[in-house]
Write a protein that binds this ligand. Structure first.
Ligand code: FMN
Length: 369
């Protein structure tokens, strides 16, 4: 958009249009900065809750899962607010829930920079961050401080230290410390950037991880729902046994999916050769296929959360129809800006209505692929 277009847009503009135009331009400007700098800037802006708050209320979008009320099904995916600093700023953007973390028990720097790359032409990112974390103590204090003031369900995604000698103990420590402050916990066994972590994605591995997390929550006196986040790179023949074993271990829900180490052949950007997990539009079909498989296996017995390349209300609605009760976004926000959240929420209400559904739960899984 050039200056002439902009002047034209702003003349006689409606407040919402004006706000969205400014946000669009701001998002474009922020994307000119190096990815890690623009991320830090976004966290600061949200920490001080400086963005406009769209007012949205659609009864048809609210849903009760695990005894928790979600005002809408659109969530902030893990990895954006790793340190739990921006929770209420994110709710102000119209998110229905926020997942903080991944947090590790001990502070660690993560992988050396550069570790985050934009793939502009592909509307994608590759990250090789490796769980940078200021550690469980500080994270837990910040999460606890949000309990009384936060405006919606807030999950904590828990992981292991790169140099750990006891991954099960890492998960237990995080679960015990956070279960009283988080509305739900996510055991992350699917990040491709932490050595040895994805090796826990076996039937026996997930069973042990979930068991220690559950025992730790009980020790802390809380039965927080425990979810598991899976990788889209799992071979299909492994998926069924892993999901079955998670169900046997009492998992409360599954997040499908994390980033992929695969590189779809259609990628155009030079940065597609970088190491790490790919997210955004090129991940969408892989994550959606996996969601369909998991929906078939679980057949509605536990709630599923869809993540991976969701960038429009139609994408979100398609995942809901394929079995997701909630959806999460991350990469699309980088390209489309904060107004995307309200756009997806509004669009979802419209799509539900046009298909004759009076609530989101009626649409969950109607396609069952
Ligand atoms: C920069 C970046 C950092 C991420 N960090 C984490 C993380 O710490 N823990 C996690 O479970 N997922 C992490 N993810 C994965 C996202 O939560 C999400 O599952 C994935 O990006 C797919 O969604 P998207 O295509 O909407 O981005 C990260 C993703 C990105 C782009």
């Amino acid at each position: 958009m050039n200056t002439v277009d902009l002047t034209f847009c702003l003349k006689g503009a409606q407040p919402v249009f004006l706000r969205d135009t400014v946000m669009y331009l701001a998002t474009k400007a922020v994307r000119r900065l190096p990815p890690s700098v623009s991320h830090r800037l976004a966290i600061k802006i949200l920490k001080y809750d400086l963005l406009p708050h769209p007012v949205l209320k659609f009864d048809c979008l609210s849903n009760n899962l695990w005894g928790i009320n979600f005002s809408n099904p659109v969530g902030m995916s893990a990895g954006f607010d790793k340190e739990c600093e921006a929770v209420n700023g994110l709710f102000g953007m119209a998110f229905g829930f926020v997942e903080t973390g991944t947090v590790t028990p001990e502070p660690q720097p993560g992988n050396p920079a550069p570790n985050l790359f934009r793939l502009e032409e592909d509307r994608a990112l590759i990250n090789w961050l490796g769980f940078p974390s200021r550690g469980l103590e500080k994270f837990s204090d910040r999460l606890e401080r949000t309990v009384k003031i936060r405006k919606g369900p807030t999950g904590a995604n828990i992981g292991i230290n790169a140099k750990t000698t006891d991954p099960l103990e890492d998960i237990a420590k995080c679960a015990e410390r956070l279960s009283n402050h988080a509305d739900y916990l996510v055991v992350n066994v699917s990040c491709p950037n932490t050595p040895g972590l994805i090796e826990w994605q076996t039937p026996r591995g997930v069973e042990r991880m979930l068991a220690v997390a559950r025992e730790a929550c009980l020790r802390a006196g809380k039965r927080a729902p425990i979810l598991l986040k899976l990788s889209p790179d799992l071979e299909m023949y492994n998926l069924e046994p892993i999901v079955s074993s998670s169900l046997n271990a009492g998992v409360s829900g599954l997040i499908i999916s994390n980033t992929t180490v695969s590189r779809p052949s259609e990628l155009l950007s030079e940065n597609s050769v970088k190491c790490g997990g790919l997210s955004g539009v090129p991940l969408a079909s892989l994550s959606h296929k996996m969601l369909c498989c998991v929906s078939k296996i679980t057949s509605g017995s536990i709630p599923l959360i869809a993540a991976g390349g969701i960038s429009s209300s139609q994408d979100a609605y398609d995942r809901i129809r394929s079995g997701a009760s909630l959806i999460q976004i991350y990469t699309a926000l980088i390209y489309r800006g904060p107004q995307l959240v309200a756009e997806i929420v509004n669009g979802l209400a419209r799509l539900l209505k046009s298909d004759g559904f009076s609530s989101i739960s009626e649409a969950v899984g109607v396609n069952y692929c």
